[in-house]
Design a protein around this ligand. Structure first.
Ligand code: ATP
Ligand code: MG
Length: 258
């Protein structure tokens, strides 16, 4: 059975897409795993980062609206397969939200289709909406990605509450694998905020991954512009080693759930 992991935070720009892509690349190229990425964000950043052009192609919108079959939506990339997304997911949101069982659309579209995959990695939009609820109907594990910053820290608690509500309402067994900090810059403020989030995590019983991802705009931005993973673009860089360590922690946390 595929491990289904989603990367969430309702706050934008915290590193969800970057983490989803690096995890896909690491599992595919370093671990020989079969990975399916699902882009559930109308911004389509993950889709762009892995070099998929959606012009004239089926995307997650067609899949959710039952206008395309699973097999006809998949694109192959060096870092695994992907169900791509683009702005159509945004302008068709009302249509999707108007469907009977609107929160079950992704679940139904993936039913009996994931047998070939070891991991399904879902990149979420910076929102809590119908798309996120569709993800909660599918995911077994949640990684909360948080930038080191005051508002992000506060958002973690809210995010954990939302996941727990979904567990109750949908009667699903979703495990919060942990909180991953990105864009750390080791200032005093960052340390204080980390302490604050550790408090939140203790209160909620959620682990904070030990590895912190630092702020390194050049390798991260450049690699994304070239549709390459950090492992391919900057194999010797510090941030690449940090991502490898963080992803190992995620893999372990997810394996422990079994
Ligand atoms: N560790 C890092 N150091 C420096 N820049 C980073 C790092 N991680 C991500 N970035 C940059 O920060 C921006 C936001 O990252 P990313 O798209 O991964 O966040 P996101 O949470 O998916 O955003 P959104 O909520 O808009 O989907 C991007 O320009 C990315 O290149
Ligand atoms: Mg994103």
């Amino acid at each position: 059975m595929a491990h289904k992991i989603c990367f969430i935070n309702q706050k934008g720009g915290v590193g969800k897409t970057t983490t989803t892509m690096q995890t896909a690349a690491y599992l595919t190229t370093k671990k020989g795993k079969k990975v399916l990425m699902i882009d559930m964000d109308p911004q389509g950043n993950l889709t762009t980062c892995v070099g998929v052009d959606t012009e004239g192609e089926n995307t997650v919108s067609e899949l959710l609206l039952n206008e395309a079959k699973f097999e006809d939506t998949i694109k192959t990339t060096p870092y695994g397969d992907i169900i791509p997304s683009d702005s159509a997911l945004g302008y068709r949101e009302m249509e999707i939200s108007g469907k009977v069982g609107r929160e079950l659309l992704l679940f139904q579209a993936l039913k009996d289709k994931l047998g070939a995959y070891d991991y399904v990695l879902i990149d979420c939009p910076p929102a809590i909406n119908t798309f996120t609820y569709n993800v909660f109907m599918v995911a077994d594990s949640v990684v909360v990605v948080s930038e080191v910053g005051l508002f992000s820290a506060r958002g973690c608690g809210k995010m954990i509450d939302t996941v727990r509500q979904a567990v109750g309402v949908y009667d699903r067994d979703i495990h919060i694998a942990g909180i991953l900090f990105t864009k750390n810059n080791h200032t005093k403020l960052a340390r204080e905020i980390r302490e604050q989030v550790e408090l939140v995590s203790n209160e909620y019983g959620v682990k904070v991954f030990e590895t912190l991802i630092g702020t390194f705009p050049a390798p991260v931005g450049e690699s994304q512009a070239l549709c390459k993973s950090l492992f391919d673009y900057a194999p010797k860089h510090k941030v690449t080693a940090q991502y490898a360590a963080a992803i190992e922690e995620i893999i372990e946390a997810v394996a422990e759930e079994e």
